[in-house]
Write a protein that binds this ligand. Structure first.
Ligand code: CAA
Length: 283
């Protein structure tokens, strides 16, 4: 099966990034969201990113226009009736995701592949609301999508090998480097990454070092591009909290029990860059 037409559900940070990389790689992309203002914002971010590409000499005006010409937004998911692959990048809420997968199953052609960009939820739970659970997989991208090389390919108990192979070829066609993982909470990267961040928060809570020194230690000592607290602000503390809670609930492993400091900061609305304050302040 050849993938030509891609649909992306959700045009937020991840959905707009996925839309951009698909269009850059020659796919016809249709993206949808629940409100026009969300679509406008996401597509606006894509235009800004393409403009930056032109300014930096990585794209010609013609290439930029061709990429932009491959992207369309719609508020009507019924328009996804001709899509070969749909990637869901909506809110991390299982009830909402199930609604989206059930709707996509009715709208999309019977052979279309349905993927979720979830960072921690069970892909199988989304698959079983469809009549094509063998054609459902996880394709988990990382933020910022145009920059980050990794995509996790998540195989549920019932995803077919053929669909996994198509998913892998698709990720490679985007210039990404896939890893394969089982449909377990946090998959691979967040299983490892959250174990790291949860321990960082505990060290910070215990006053082992200042936030600046914690970040400096990992930036300079381990050559990470961002220290863990800067990275947490970048990801969003609400997102991290949500991932930790869902991993803790599924795995019952005390390692992933969210530290009190994280819960308090989320309650106070200190979510990181997106609210202007997290571990650090942002203008
Ligand atoms: N979109 C597109 N391009 C972007 C971008 C964005 N949002 N942010 C940065 N870039 C590009 C810049 O244009 C620049 O490109 P060139 O070098 O070609 O000019 C390049 O990335 C570097 O950017 P900057 O010089 O502005 O800044 P930097 O060197 O500090 O890099 C960074 C920024 C790429 C974000 C880097 O700090 C980094 O890699 N941080 C770690 C990010 C990370 O770990 N992400 C994973 C989060 S976890 C996740 O996503 C999974 C989950 O489920 C929670």
């Amino acid at each position: 099966m050849e993938i030509k037409r891609v649909g992306v559900v959700g045009c937020g940070l991840m959905g707009s990034g996925i839309t951009e990389v698909c269009a850059r790689s020659g796919y016809d992309v249709l993206t949808t969201d629940i409100k026009q203002e969300f679509l406008d914002k996401g597509i606006g971010n894509i235009w800004t990113s393409l403009e930056r590409g032109v300014k930096k000499g990585r794209l010609t005006e013609q290439e930029k226009d061709a990429i932009a010409g491959r992207i369309r937004g719609t508020l009507n998911m019924e328009d996804f009736s001709d899509r070969d692959l749909v990637i869901e990048a909506a809110i991390e809420n299982m009830a909402e995701k199930k609604k989206i997968f059930a709707a996509l199953d009715k709208i999309c052609p019977p052979n279309a592949i349905l993927a979720s960009n979830t960072s921690c939820l069970s892909v199988l739970d989304m698959a079983i609301v469809t009549k094509r659970p063998d054609k459902v997989l996880g394709l988990h991208f990382f933020n910022p999508v145009p920059v980050m090389q990794l995509v996790e390919i998540v195989k549920t108990l019932v995803t077919s090998e053929e669909v996994i192979s198509i998913g892998e070829a698709f990720c490679k066609s985007l210039g990404k480097q896939p890893v394969h993982c089982k449909d377990t909470p946090g998959f691979l990267a967040n299983r490892l990454g959250m174990a790291y961040l949860v321990y960082v928060f505990r060290c910070y809570e215990q006053g082992i070092a200042s936030k600046e020194d914690i970040d400096k230690a990992m930036r300079l000592g381990f050559n990470h591009p961002m220290g863990p607290l800067e990275l947490s602000d970048f990801i969003g503390l609400d997102t991290i909290y949500y991932i930790m809670v869902s991993m803790y609930e599924e795995l019952h492993d005390p390692l992933f029990a969210p530290p009190v400091i994280l819960k308090k900061m989320v309650t106070a609305g200190q979510l990181g860059r997106k609210t202007g304050k997290g571990f650090y302040e942002y203008k």
